[in-house]
Design a binder for this molecule. Structure first.
Ligand SMILES: [Fe+2]
Length: 285
């Protein structure tokens, strides 16, 4: 009897802890120095919101984002959950607030890419959502590059929308070495290069392509983070993914993988608090 009560109590405590854990996020800060940056600037990175709302209409997320006074807000995908259209509305409401803070650049994750298929259920609703998001003034990027200004810095912002094959469950589909250059020719290589690429599994390819700073999401921190080891599982159901969360420096190129702000399907976060990123780009000296 005592064992049963102990187990039930442990389960109750676990569920209460997870409910508390999933209702919070932290702000994590990174600094990237480069001789291509002339003036210090800050950008916010919001990954994998998945229709979550921190307070009414995401007021807590909006407040923390505004507090960092960003010159731009980068969103490397998965603002919604493709199979739940109510999350499109929550995502839209977040955009309504974010666009009042700074220019917003939104690239697709696997959830958005899936909905671009006209055969897909909810495709029409997604199209309507996208039209509304564009009408707000959000810049939606497919696979493309454009030069933008962050303060007085001219930089190149690129986005990569991966084919859905690259999200295959249970494996990491190999990416050809030439894939990035063929799909996304490097524009103005003399400028600081920022890349929004949802899937972090290909971090070495992004670095080799020439991105000075890449922002990824997708992994949600691996649901459970084991101290000293890292993420337990990726959304593609691969165990202990190499590029799981945090910053990786590959040949002098920075790849920052957000643990994301939302979850879906498995609402679990153990030692893996949701995060909003504040990234400072600084001159080298
Ligand atoms: Fe994703």
């Amino acid at each position: 009897m005592i064992i049963l009560v102990t187990i039930l109590l442990a389960i109750l405590i676990y569920f209460l802890w997870q409910k508390w854990e999933l209702s919070r996020f932290e702000v994590n800060r990174y600094q990237i120095r480069s001789p291509k940056i002339k003036e210090p600037v800050t950008v916010a990175v919001i990954a994998d919101l998945h229709g979550f709302s921190y307070g009414k209409k995401n007021e807590r997320l909006l407040r923390e984002t505004a507090d960092m006074n960003p010159q731009a807000i980068f969103i490397p995908g998965d603002m919604l959950v493709s199979k739940y259209p109510d999350t499109y509305d929550t995502a839209y409401e977040a955009f309504e607030g974010l666009i009042k803070i700074a220019p917003v650049y939104y690239s697709y994750g696997n959830h958005e890419s899936r909905l671009r298929d006209p055969e897909r259920k909810h495709h029409l609703k997604f199209q309507q959502y996208l039209e509304k998001v564009l009408a707000l003034g959000v810049t939606v990027l497919e696979t493309e590059s454009r030069s933008i200004c962050l303060g007085s810095n001219e930089v190149v912002l690129s986005a990569l929308e991966l084919e859905l094959d690259y999200y295959e469950k249970g494996m990491i589909v190999p990416m050809e070495e030439s894939y990035m250059k063929e799909k996304l020719p490097l524009m103005k290589p003399e400028l600081f290069q920022i890349l929004l690429a949802h899937n972090p599994a290909y971090a070495p390819r992004y670095a080799a392509w020439g991105a000075d700073a890449t922002f990824c999401g997708h992994n949600h921190g691996g649901l459970v983070r084991i101290p000293g080891i890292g993420s337990l599982i990726s959304p593609q159901l691969t165990f202990f993914p190499t590029y799981d969360a945090g910053e990786f420096k590959i040949g002098g190129h920075h790849v920052i993988i957000s643990r994301g702000l939302g979850t879906h399907t498995f609402h679990v976060r153990v030692f893996n608090r949701a995060e909003l990123l504040a990234v400072e780009f600084l001159p080298e000296s």
